[in-house]
Ligand binder design. Structure first.
Ligand code: COD
Ligand code: ATP
Length: 204
């Protein structure tokens, strides 16, 4: 049976690069967007096995008095410690991958779907992505954006940047790059990619 499947596009970028903003633009074009960061938090709260393993790794303090995932506490632990972050990733990522696959199935009629995530491999390398879009912005601008958006100190922001892959390696996995430096216009770049992805709809 010939069945159409949506093309799967990954959108990634460093902290403050603007990947959520880019994804909001795709969403405005009626494209379903999977936000891995927020789904990962949902799974940390409600996926029993994920939750059990997080408590085993980080202790009961990983959940607050209301029983909810304490992101401030967990961030204070893992963004200072490469090993702990890798162990947390190893717990959460397989669950996110399964959740992503189910979500793609539920959106099978869309011409393409977008997955936004902080961590990503090149398309087809351990994932079912067809293309990867990297959102790029100068690091100092990203720090300023996050200082304005979040209640994080500059030191905390730089610790996160240190834990993330370098901008150079991230560009190395890009099939397309969006420059979000506030000099290059953002919307036309997204509209161009939208046309490209509509033209690449796949049949499997
Ligand atoms: C560590 C946690 C609790 C911090 O939550 P908090 O709300 O304070 O920060 P937020 O999620 O906005 O992350 C801050 C920045 O770090 C990035 N980030 C999040 N997780 C990771 C990670 N594992 N590796 C590198 N960068 C990450 C985010 O994209 C963002 O740029 C949370 O990010 C988490 O549980 N991360 C592990 C899950 C994960 O890997 N998510 C990424 C995609 S699956
Ligand atoms: N082109 C832009 N012009 C003005 N503000 C921008 C632009 N792009 C992003 N921002 C702002 O910068 C901040 C970071 O953007 P956004 O949340 O999209 O980044 P992100 O890559 O998803 O960050 P994180 O990895 O932390 O989730 C937000 O407050 C957003 O409104």
């Amino acid at each position: 049976m010939v069945r159409s499947k949506p093309l799967q596009i990954g959108v990634t970028g460093g902290i403050g690069s603007g990947k959520s903003m880019v994804c909001q633009l795709f969403a405005c074009l009626d494209i379903p967007v999977y936000q891995a960061d927020s789904r990962a938090k949902w799974l940390s709260n409600y996926h029993v096995e994920v939750r059990r393993q997080i408590v085993e790794l980080l202790g009961p303090q990983a959940y607050n008095d209301q029983g909810l995932y304490d992101t401030t506490y967990v961030a204070s632990q893992v963004f200072q410690n490469e090993t702990l972050l890798k162990q947390l990733n190893a717990i959460i990522h397989p669950a996110v991958m399964r959740d992503t696959n189910e979500w793609v199935e539920r959106n099978a009629t869309s011409p393409y779907v977008v997955k936004e995530a902080a961590i990503m491999n090149a398309a087809g390398q351990g994932n079912s992505l067809d293309y990867v879009v990297v959102v790029d912005a100068p690091v100092e601008l990203r720090v300023q954006r996050i200082l304005q958006r979040d209640r994080r100190t500059e030191q905390e922001i730089r610790a996160i940047i240190t834990r993330q892959v370098s901008d150079e390696s991230r560009r190395g996995i890009a099939d397309f790059v969006i420059t979000n430096d506030e000099s290059s216009r953002l919307i036309p770049q997204v509209l161009d990619l939208h046309q490209i992805f509509l033209g690449k709809r796949k049949v499997v």
